[in-house]
Design a protein around this ligand. Structure first.
Ligand code: 3EB
Length: 326
């Protein structure tokens, strides 16, 4: 079973074979309901003239599919991709409880499938900075996520998945994930305090993610670099300066990449061999961010989206992934 990530402009034909799951970036409605789990980020695309971007995980054999506790998932061999979207309603549970429920369902699914290891998680929510019960909603999310990890008998430090968590203008709590049969190799960044050890000033429960993860689909090495921002130690730096924040974020990406390459079994990943998703708080900053990205990653694919990074002072966040044969 080989697996490759293919980034293509849509339309991704609805009868494309071997799609494990996909994400659709861009504000337009998807053309019909796809047969595979799809995470649709209804966020403005900031690349000049950009058409909606479909990023599909393709596998060599046709996957099996299911819907379990509201999670749409597909499985091929021992790889599983799923999407859960939970709407928030006025009299429903708050974001903390909803996040705990979502992750609780994911862990039950993975345990039931015998694929307990969460490799990469993509988290999106509305109004990430709004206050709820005296606590910022991102911090509510962190409470619910960490509680679910503990409930699901998962560690909240050390071997935790690579992830991102962004705010969008609206929509449900949306969580996509890739899971497999083997533990990931978590990678931390010596320039940054591990997020799971952030001090309490950033919220009552630290975020549950690793700075990067190496994971091993059969015959391949997949590197996921988590959402990476202008944070040194545990502090946000270069307040109000989007150019400097982008450079610092890329210094962090380069640093975590170097750490990952120390553990790599594929000969190592290059900065210009990864594909990037960049979240930009203010659409008008896109040209400046794109200029820094071009300087740092050359012709590597970069998709820029408008989104809210989880600390109000952060203007940009970069994530990346790369796949190499073993
Ligand atoms: C940071 O370094 C920036 O809560 O899952 C990046 C990646 C961030 C993942 C998460 C948050 C998350 O703290 C924010």
């Amino acid at each position: 079973m080989t697996m490759q990530c293919l980034s293509v402009l849509s339309p991704l034909a609805p009868d494309t074979p071997g799609v494990l799951g996909a994400s659709l970036l861009g504000p337009q409605p998807p053309a019909g309901v796809p047969a595979w789990p799809l995470q649709h980020l209804r966020a403005p695309l900031l690349d000049a003239g950009a058409a909606p971007v479909h990023e599909a995980w393709l596998v060599a054999t046709e996957p099996t599919a299911g819907t379990t506790e509201g999670i749409r998932w597909r499985r091929a061999g021992e790889l599983l991709f799923g999407v859960i979207e939970l709407a928030e309603t006025p009299d429903g549970p708050g974001l903390r409880a909803l996040s705990e429920q979502a992750y609780g369902r994911i862990f039950r699914l993975l345990d039931g499938q015998g694929l307990p290891h969460l490799w990469r998680v993509w988290n999106y929510m509305a109004d990430i900075h709004a206050q709820a019960h005296g606590l910022e909603r991102y911090r509510q999310f962190n409470l619910g996520r960490a509680d679910a990890f503990l409930q699901g008998a998962r560690s909240v430090v050390g071997r935790v998945p690579a992830a991102c968590a962004l705010g969008l203008a609206g929509g449900p709590l949306s969580i996509a994930f890739l899971a497999g049969p083997t533990p990931s190799v978590p990678i931390e960044n010596p320039r940054q305090v591990s997020a799971y050890h952030y001090p309490a000033q950033y919220g009552p429960r630290s975020p549950t993610f690793s700075r990067a993860a190496l994971v091993y689909p059969p015959g391949q090495e997949l590197l996921f670099i988590s959402g990476t921002a202008s944070i040194v130690g545990h502090q946000s730096v270069h307040l109000g300066d989007v150019l400097a924040q982008t450079r610092e974020s890329m210094d962090n990406v380069a640093s975590v990449l170097a750490q990952a390459n120390r553990r790599s079994r594929s000969g190592g990943h290059a900065l210009d061999g990864l594909s990037y998703r960049v979240y930009i708080r203010h659409a008008s900053d896109a040209p400046r961010v794109q200029a820094v990205m071009a300087e740092r990653v050359g012709a590597a694919p970069v998709v820029c989206l408008q989104a809210d990074i989880c600390r109000a002072e952060l203007l940009v966040e970069v994530e990346a992934q790369g796949l190499r044969p073993l």
